[in-house]
Write a protein that binds this ligand. Structure first.
Ligand code: CA
Length: 350
């Protein structure tokens, strides 16, 4: 028996050693699919043509396209999220980004105002997402959307998800929203100045200037309207803000024990598991929570207006009450650091 166990331990150790070794990493850079890319592409073509993609669009999109080893490498080596809250915020909401943001907001004042008025999302939040996603459109990724998505769809890690995105990307070309030469995005296929995946494009992108194209790559009005529409469709309230930094009563642990979430979080778990239960501002006031300046929390007449507490740097760090709009920002990217980044940047762009 002991012999068997020892043998099992040895086999297990070898597996662990092999999977952690750099040699393995090197081997794995090739896409993980027993089918050749050519055969795979032929099957994809049949599917695409049955879904309304023309032969011309398909052939145009795939001429000379091979899987991109760089994309596979990036996909395999996504770093663990090890930044602390303060490291993240100081980098993402830097003085440079705030300063650039004020310039960009001033330069695009007319377009931002027109979009904000029509869609009902305040300008500073549109600019906040724009700034966090692509540094106000200055960096939206230089990868070919088709090549990246084809690589990830051909590879076997999440083939189904990326195949769907790839077909939708072909639909974008088919409908002529973007010049194929400009069809660029992040290595994972997030596109344009607001970094939409192709499925989000069809759900939320917005043709604001009415030229028949949802141009989230080069048309500022379309970019802003698409970001705003995304938030709006995820429950944005134009008369409210994201939340606020607050001062907690002395017994933080006692408060947290009382308010912490005890039910199972059903969506955006990665972020919402760290939120307290939701209470009205009057209830938070009763529990001793005040504004960061020590004043009473504002009185809100709407009984459905609730807020949840987060402490992104732990009980000794800053505390925030977050409102419904904060959850709309989380729908863009399910990360409290990200949503706080957008929120704090927006506050600076008021
Ligand atoms: Ca347009």
């Amino acid at each position: 028996m002991r012999d068997v166990i020892n043998r099992l331990i040895m086999v297990f150790s070898l597996i662990v050693f092999w999977s952690a070794s750099p040699l393995w990493a090197k081997v794995r850079i090739v896409a993980d699919n027993p089918q050749t890319f050519t055969d795979w592409l032929a099957e994809l073509k049949t599917e695409a043509l049955s879904k309304g993609i023309s032969e011309t669009t398909f052939e145009g999109a795939f001429t000379g396209v091979e899987p991109d080893p760089k994309v596979i490498k990036l996909d395999r080596n996504q770093p663990e999220f090890t930044q602390t809250y303060f490291q993240y915020i100081s980098k993402r909401v830097s003085q440079t980004r705030i300063k650039n943001g004020r310039t960009k907001v001033a330069e695009n004042a007319a377009a931002l105002k027109a979009v904000a008025d029509k869609i009902g999302v305040q300008q500073r939040f549109i600019a906040g997402i724009w700034g966090m996603e692509t540094n106000y459109g200055s960096y939206s990724g230089g990868y070919s959307v088709i090549r990246s998505l084809a690589t990830l769809a051909y590879d076997m890690r999440r083939p189904k998800y990326f195949r769907t995105q790839l077909i939708k990307a072909l639909n974008i070309l088919e409908e002529g929203h973007v010049n194929p030469a400009n069809f660029k995005g992040s290595w994972a296929g997030a596109m344009g100045q607001g970094q939409f995946m192709p499925s989000s494009f069809f759900a939320y992108a917005y043709d604001f200037n009415g030229d028949g194209k949802k141009d989230i790559w080069t048309d500022k009005e379309d970019v802003f309207a698409s970001i705003a529409n995304y938030l709006k469709e995820h429950g944005w309230q134009s008369s409210r803000t994201w939340g606020r930094q607050v001062r907690l009563p002395e017994d933080v642990d006692g408060l947290w024990a009382k308010v912490r979430q005890t039910e199972k979080v059903k969506y955006c778990r990665r972020a919402l598991k760290d939120h307290s239960k939701q209470y009205s501002l009057a209830e938070w006031q009763d529990m001793g929570v005040r504004t960061i300046y020590g004043a009473d929390l504002p009185a809100v007449s709407d009984p459905n207006f609730k807020a949840s507490l987060i402490m992104p740097a732990g009980p000794k760090g800053p505390a925030f009450l977050t409102y419904k709009n904060f959850r709309a920002i989380l729908s863009y990217n399910c990360s409290n650091f990200y949503a706080l980044g957008v929120s704090l940047l927006s506050d600076e762009l008021k």
